[in-house]
Unconditional design. Structure first.
Length: 391
C-alpha cells in the first residue's frame, strides 16, 4: 500500500489531505517524495514564519532537547521565562500564560473572563459570525458556522455570536452582563476579512459604557504577519487579553495568552494549568523565531513584500472583475475572493508548483513565510494571472 492507502486505513478521516507526500522542506520550498519542488505560500497555515529547516530554529530545538524535553510546570524553566520576556517586550502586556494550541488559548480566555466577571455579575461571552477560534466546546460556543458546530451541542450557556462588522446587532447584544467580547480583527478561516474602523470605534464606546473585557484572537495574524506585531495594531485599540499560537512555536505546539497584571491576577495557583503548555523545546524554538524576526526586520519586510503581493492580486482583480470579487488583507495575510469555489484554482496552482489554500469556499488565502522575497511574489502573481485568464 502507498502512504495514502495506509493513512486511510488507520487514521480518523477528519482531514481532506492534499495528494502530496512531502519528503522535506528548505526555506520557502517543500519537496515531494518524487522530487517535485513547491513554493509554499501558506506555510503550514501561518505556522512556519521562517519557513522550513531554518538553522537557528533547528539549532535551538536540538540544544534544548539535549538538556531536557519536559519537566512539568512545577519547575522553573529558563526557556519559558525567556520566551515570556520576549512576548512582554514586543506586546506591551505584562503577563503570559503558555498553552499548546489556539483552541486551548481560547478556552483559557473564556475561563479568565468568567472568573473576572464572577464578582461583577458578568458571564456573557460574545463572538462574531464567520469567526474561527478553534474546535473545542468553548471555542465552538462563540462561533456560528454549522460546518463546525452541527451535532456537537449543547454548547456553553451565556455565549452568543452576532454579525461581524454590523453595528446595530453588536449594540443590541452588549449589556452590563457581558463579560467579554472575542474578536479576530482580521478573520482568517472566515476569508481574510478585516474588521471595519467604525466597528472598532463602536466596540470601544460600548466597552467604556458596559465595562467588559475585549479579547483579540491573534492566533493567525500575530507575530508580524500583517506588517505589525499584532493585527489589532492596525486600529486604535488595546485589547485586555490576546491569544497567540501558530508561528510562535517555530513549528512546535505552543500558544500564549497575554494580559495585564491585574487581569492575570484573577487566576490563582491551582485554578488553571496545562501539562505540556510552555514545553521547553517549543519555547526554545519560539525564542529563536522571535529573535530572528526582530533582528532581521521581518515585520517591516512583511509589510513591504505583503504590499507587493496585495498590489499584484488587486491588479488581477481589476483585470478580471467577472472572476475576482475582492482582495483583502494586511501584509502577508492576503485573501482573494472569487465568484466561484476556489479549489480548482488551488489545484491549478499546485500543478504550477505553488501551494496556496482555499478558505470559506471561495477565498484563495496566501499566508507565506515571512522570509519570502519579491521574486517569490512575482512568480505567484504571474502563475495566478495565467490560471485566471484561462478560466
Amino acid at each position: 500500500m502507498d502512504l495514502q492507502d495506509r493513512e486511510a486505513a488507520v487514521l480518523f478521516h477528519t482531514y481532506k489531505r492534499l495528494p502530496l507526500e512531502i519528503e522535506r522542506g528548505e526555506g520557502v520550498t517543500l519537496i515531494a517524495r518524487d522530487g517535485t519542488r513547491y513554493l509554499d505560500m501558506f506555510s503550514g497555515l501561518a505556522v512556519n514564519a521562517l519557513g522550513e529547516g531554518h538553522p537557528r530554529v533547528v539549532a535551538a530545538i536540538a540544544a534544548q532537547a539535549a538538556r531536557y524535553t519536559h519537566l512539568s510546570n512545577y519547575f522553573l524553566q529558563e526557556p519559558q521565562v525567556r520566551m515570556a520576556e520576549i512576548l512582554v517586550k514586543h506586546s506591551g502586556y505584562s503577563r503570559v500564560f503558555f498553552a499548546n494550541t489556539g483552541s486551548e488559548a481560547t478556552e483559557g480566555v473564556i475561563k479568565i473572563a468568567r472568573k473576572w466577571g464572577a464578582t461583577r455579575g458578568k458571564a456573557g461571552i460574545i463572538g462574531f459570525s464567520n469567526s474561527f477560534h478553534g474546535r473545542t466546546m468553548g471555542a465552538l460556543s462563540v462561533m456560528d458556522r454549522p460546518r463546525y458546530r452541527d451535532g456537537f451541542g449543547p454548547f456553553l450557556e451565556n455565549c452568543r455570536t452576532v454579525p461581524f462588522n454590523e453595528l446595530a446587532p453588536l449594540t443590541a447584544a452588549v449589556n452590563d452582563r457581558t463579560a467579554a467580547v472575542l474578536l479576530e480583527f482580521i478573520q482568517g478561516e472566515g476569508g481574510v476579512r478585516p474588521v471595519s474602523e467604525e466597528f472598532v470605534r463602536t466596540l470601544g464606546d460600548l466597552q467604556r459604557k458596559f465595562g467588559f473585557l475585549l479579547v483579540a484572537d491573534e492566533v493567525q495574524s500575530g507575530a508580524g504577519r500583517t506588517g505589525k506585531f499584532f493585527g489589532f495594531q492596525h486600529y486604535d485599540v488595546h485589547p485586555d487579553l490576546v491569544t497567540m499560537a501558530k508561528p510562535i512555536g517555530g513549528g512546535l505546539p505552543l500558544a500564549a495568552i497575554l494580559a495585564s497584571r491585574e487581569i492575570a491576577s484573577v487566576l490563582e495557583p491551582g485554578m488553571h494549568g496545562t501539562t505540556f503548555g510552555g514545553n521547553p523545546v517549543a519555547c526554545a524554538a519560539g525564542i529563536a523565531v522571535l529573535e530572528e524576526i526582530e533582528e532581521k526586520g521581518l515585520i517591516a519586510h512583511a509589510a513591504l513584500v505583503g504590499g507587493l503581493l496585495l498590489d499584484g492580486l488587486r491588479e488581477i482583480a481589476r483585470d478580471f472583475p467577472k472572476v475576482v470579487r475582492e482582495v483583502r488583507g494586511f501584509g502577508l495575510m492576503a485573501g482573494m475572493e472569487l465568484d466561484r469555489p476556489g479549489e480548482e484554482i488551488v489545484g491549478a496552482m499546485r500543478e504550477s508548483g505553488i501551494l496556496i489554500n482555499c478558505t470559506d469556499t471561495t477565498v484563495l488565502r496566501f499566508l507565506p513565510p515571512l522570509i519570502i522575497t519579491d521574486a517569490h511574489v512575482r512568480k505567484t502573481v504571474a502563475a495566478l494571472r495565467t490560471i485566471i485568464a484561462g478560466l
